[in-house]
Design a protein around this ligand. Structure first.
Ligand SMILES: [Fe+2]
Ligand SMILES: [Fe+2]
Length: 282
């Protein structure tokens, strides 16, 4: 019998909070009266975050014409919503790195980042208007894995090893072992962080996009395709064959023929290739 959300929270205990700077950035970027100076003040209190934003502003991903040297310049050139992505990415990185150690940790983080870049590229070519939301959805889709890694270090690391060595299905193994899976845990975290309902849906249903509420179908489908593509590129832990069903559902939602999808995927792979430097720097 599936676990209720209340039972899930009872099993997990306290979830990692969103870092304070990140929640302030989210608040400011949602405030129509806020300006670049408000954002600069909050971000500049965090030195690591500031230098990360500057690095990313200068990465190939954003193809800037001239070098970005100050935070104000970065905010002006990238815009509020991209800055928001970078800040969430940096918070997520810390969380991903607190989970399992070594190879697993690295694979999960790289998978998150590549899925984020792929989601953004899919969103662009499908003319999905909320490109940054797609980026964040890709980045956070497996955040539940990190939470499980933090909460149950030995058991979860053993589970991931099984998935890695035997190419098992992580979702099914999680359900068998814990009674819940990383998609449910991820949703609990993302809702605690007060991220948009669309992101909560994408995290919850990235393995089963047709189950998402209809208003969130497209975003969830994009994240599902990105997730599959990242695993096909052998970035992450798991067998891409397990994601074929999710991709089929995504194609139905997005009304994509196999031929159209193949063409789009070529473009997405090229975008990932271009962003390699950002992946290395992050
Ligand atoms: Fe997943
Ligand atoms: Fe994934």
């Amino acid at each position: 019998m599936p676990i209720t959300p209340q039972e899930l929270i009872a099993n997990l205990g306290d979830l990692p909070p969103l870092p304070q700077v990140a929640s302030q950035v989210l608040r400011i970027s949602a405030d129509p009266d806020a300006n670049a100076e408000d954002l600069r003040k909050v971000i500049s209190m965090d030195q690591a975050l500031t230098s990360q934003i500057l690095k990313i502003s200068n990465s190939a991903m954003f193809g800037m014409m001239r070098e970005v040297n100050t935070l104000t310049q970065a905010i002006m050139t990238l815009g509020f919503s991209t800055i928001k992505s970078v800040v969430i990415a940096s918070s997520a990185k810390n969380l991903y790195h607190r989970g399992t150690v070594g190879l697993q940790e690295r694979l999960i983080w790289e998978h998150a980042l590549v899925s984020a870049i792929a989601s953004r590229a899919f969103a662009k070519s499908l003319r999905f208007p909320r490109i940054e939301e797609a980026f964040i959805g890709g980045l956070l889709h497996d955040i539940g894995k990190s939470v499980m890694g933090v909460k149950f270090p030995e058991r979860y690391s053993a589970l991931l090893r099984t998935v890695y060595n035997e190419m098992g299905n992580s979702l099914q193994l999680e359900l068998d072992t814990f009674g819940f899976d990383h998609a449910m845990v991820g949703e609990a975290l993302v809702s605690q962080w007060n991220l948009a309902p669309s992101l909560q849906a994408a995290v919850r249903w990235h393995h089963d996009p047709l189950q998402a509420p209809e208003t969130h179908h497209e975003l969830t489908a994009i994240v599902a395709l990105a997730n599959h593509l990242a695993l096909e590129a052998k970035i992450g832990i798991g067998d891409p064959c397990n994601l074929e069903g999710a991709s089929m559902q995504a194609m139905e939602i997005l009304k994509l023929s196999p031929e159209a999808l193949t063409g789009i995927k070529d473009g997405v792979r090229a975008a990932i290739e271009e962003d390699k430097t950002m992946i290395a720097e992050f």
